[in-house]
Design a protein around this ligand. Structure first.
Ligand SMILES: NC(=O)c1ccc[n+]([C@@H]2O[C@H](COP(=O)([O-])OP(=O)(O)OC[C@H]3O[C@@H](n4cnc5c(N)ncnc54)[C@H](OP(=O)(O)O)[C@@H]3O)[C@@H](O)[C@H]2O)c1
Length: 276
């Protein structure tokens, strides 16, 4: 397994083009956000890259073609989402696409979880996501509509062990996706979420380095028998950002290489008495 966005420039059909559009990507400095920034730029959009680490954002921006903008921001403090929206509008005037990708994991059993942990993961993964969306929506409406893509997780769908707060944030993201799609549909803003499965990014570095065999064991539980890369998610981001998905809103698309299918089909093997 390598930790890589795997991005490659390729021909893009006309319904996937984003020429003249402005797209914001939070958490654009690596992983899924970096791959999404590349995909949107390749499709013709001017990309606004945000995250906490300026040097990393500038490294990504250096590989983009359409006058990218770097805005450093920590999305944890109260007011951060609203402040960032104002800075973005000041810098680029208006926005057509928002990819709410920035997020942190939180591995804690119920017994380990403190109120401070809970507040931190909800402040970044949920509060800033919705406040940034609310701050940018009026400019999308002024421009005739837009597309918001929220990166949630299969954790919000499955409820994995030892990740109660993280799963809660991602379930909240999917629920808010449906609610905002209803609120903003009449004004031309589509809101969808992508629930990635196991994607080889920095989030998994600890596990890769410290738990021998875990990465291979987990690959065995995926129908397609490989971990995902940033590009596997970025191509779906591009679909939701573009006109190719013009009649889709309020949906969550699981992009997990068939992880859910294998988990379900394993059940009889674990319960041999139920086999034919
Ligand atoms: N990788 C997976 O297997 C997987 C699976 C399901 C869902 N997801 C979700 O996909 C999204 C991206 O994950 P990834 O794997 O690409 O993670 P990653 O490689 O750790 O990247 C996370 C990004 O978020 C930014 N970020 C973190 N904390 C921030 C903060 N307080 N304020 C502003 N930006 C912050 C990081 O930049 P700085 O550190 O410089 O701020 C970085 O750009 C997350 O929402 C994650 O929950 C990932």
């Amino acid at each position: 397994m390598t930790s890589d966005t795997g991005h490659s420039a390729s021909a893009i059909s006309s319904s996937h083009r984003l020429d003249g559009k402005v797209a914001v990507v939070t958490g654009a400095s690596r992983g899924i956000g970096e791959a999404s920034a590349h995909a949107l730029d390749t499709a013709g959009a001017r990309v606004v890259l945000t995250g906490r680490t300026t040097a990393d954002l500038e490294r990504v921006a250096a590989g983009l073609q359409h006058d990218p903008v770097v805005l450093t921001a920590d999305l944890a403090p109260a007011g951060a989402g609203t402040d960032l929206a104002q800075r973005i509008l000041h810098e680029v005037g208006g926005v057509d696409v928002l990819v709410n990708n920035a997020g942190i994991p939180m591995r804690r059993t119920p017994a380990q979880l403190s109120e401070a942990d809970f507040d931190l993961v909800f402040s970044i993964n949920v509060r800033s996501l919705v406040m940034l969306s609310i701050g940018l929506a009026p400019s999308m409406i002024e421009r005739g509509g837009g597309s918001i893509i929220n990166i949630s997780s299969v954790a919000g769908v499955h409820g994995p062990l030892g990740r109660v707060a993280y799963a809660g944030t991602k379930g909240a993201v999917d629920a808010m996706t449906r609610a905002l799609a209803a609120d903003w549909g009449p004004e031309g803003i589509r809101v969808n979420s992508i629930a990635p499965g196991l994607i080889a990014t920095a989030i998994w570095e600890d596990a890769r380095n410290n738990v021998p065999g875990l990465i291979e064991d987990l690959a065995g539980q995926i129908a397609l028998k490989r971990w995902g890369f940033g590009d596997d998610i970025a191509d779906v981001v591009l679909f939701f950002a573009s006109d190719a998905s013009r009649y889709v809103t309020g949906e969550t698309l699981v992009v997990d290489g068939g992880l859910a299918r294998v988990t379900a089909s394993n059940t009889p093997a674990r319960l041999p008495e139920l086999e034919d």
